[in-house]
Design a protein around this ligand. Structure first.
Ligand code: F6P
Length: 346
């Protein structure tokens, strides 16, 4: 994990993959910490494209304190982000390694998620410098860190939106199906679902696609039961990429199968934007400082993590390969206690 300690003069920094609220706070923190230790930070733009494509390589620049002034509260990323398929090819990786060597970069810090870290590990095979990951993704799907930057804001955004949906759903005693992001993990869905007292949470942790037919029947019965009990509004929160055809399809199926009127709402990219909440700003700031200190300590191949509130380093390989499961207590509570109240409530 630790390479021979050397004098670090230049750190490369980029944000990659789906942007997440708090990425700017992390950029600011890296620049401030590096400045403290007399290290230059070179910002590369548009994710790994900034290392690979000439039009973006030419836009790389030393980040000053002024550049990161007044950005802690902004969503998105001042460095821009992108997914970069060229990092899956040897020629792209070689180009990225050349750029870093030509610019005399000693260490590269990448703020991103699992795809970005897979690219970083591949790059490590071809480039001598240190590589450090900072977990920035709303999905919270990296192992061995309590949280990733952006997750808390995305959850709060989901809650605010569904609270509003609840008001109108209550007024009409209506059924809504709200689809949330998270790629293939249910961290956002479960946390938002519980915090909004959703009548149903449908996610990877409590449902698999081959059971769609039986689940449809069960959902229809449970909604009808709740309606007979005059339960009022009924909100199903579901994870994206879970149900074939998504929330819109499920709405159609409930109508055709059981005559249940319901409305789909796909929250989508609204969850990626917005000003980061306190928890993300503070997490990002701690992680940025820790990343620079890890570079100075000669670390490489690691991701900065928070474990039980304390900063630590974990292997990049473990962060992306071990998988991070939604707390089974959360899943059990929803399935076995909270969800049942909608059916029994009078
Ligand atoms: O990984 C973050 C994320 O927002 C996922 O939750 C979502 O599945 C995906 O990115 C969407 O990616 P894109 O913006 O490229 O469609």
């Amino acid at each position: 994990m630790t390479s021979a300690t050397k004098q670090v003069k230049r750190i490369g920094l980029l944000t990659s993959g789906g942007d997440a609220p708090g990425m700017n706070a992390a950029i600011r923190s890296v620049v401030l910490a590096a400045h403290h230790y007399h290290i230059d930070v070179i910002g590369f733009v548009h994710g790994y494209n900034g290392l690979v494509l000439e039009e973006y390589i030419s836009q790389s620049k030393t980040l000053t304190l002024n550049d990161v002034n007044s950005i802690i509260h902004q969503g998105g990323t001042i460095l821009k982000s992108a997914r970069c398929p060229m990092m899956l090819e040897r020629s792209g990786l070689e180009q990225a390694a050349n750029t870093l060597t030509e610019q005399a970069i000693d260490a590269l810090i990448v703020i991103g998620g699992d795809g970005s870290f897979t690219g970083l590990l591949a790059l490590q095979q071809l480039w001598q410098g240190q590589v450090i990951g900072v977990p920035g993704t709303i999905d919270n799907d990296l192992a061995n860190t309590d949280f990733t930057i952006g997750f808390s804001t995305a959850v709060n955004t989901g809650i605010e939106a569904i609270d509003k949906i609840r008001d109108t759903a209550d007024a009409f005693e209506r059924v809504f199906i709200v689809e949330l992001m998270g790629r293939h993990s249910g961290h956002i869905t479960f946390n938002v679902g519980i915090a909004c007292a959703a009548e149903q949470v449908l996610s990877f942790e409590n449902f698999s696609q081959e059971n769609e037919a039986s689940k449809l029947k069960q959902l229809a019965e449970e909604i009808q039961q709740a309606q007979q009990n005059r339960h009022g509004s009924y909100i199903i929160v579901m994870a994206e990429n879970l149900w074939s055809g998504g929330a819109t399809k499920l709405v159609e199926q409930l109508q055709t199968f059981a005559g249940i009127e319901c409305t789909a709402c796909v929250l989508g990219h609204i969850q990626r934007g917005g000003s980061p909440v306190a928890k993300d700003r503070i997490l990002a700031t701690k992680m940025g400082v820790c990343a620079v200190q890890a570079v100075i300590a000669g670390e490489t191949g690691i991701m900065i993590a928070e474990q039980q509130g304390a900063m630590s380093h974990v292997l990049l390989t473990s962060a992306i390969s071990e998988g991070k499961h939604v707390s089974s207590q959360l899943v059990d509570a929803q399935q076995n206690i909270l969800a049942l109240s909608a059916q029994t409530h009078c």
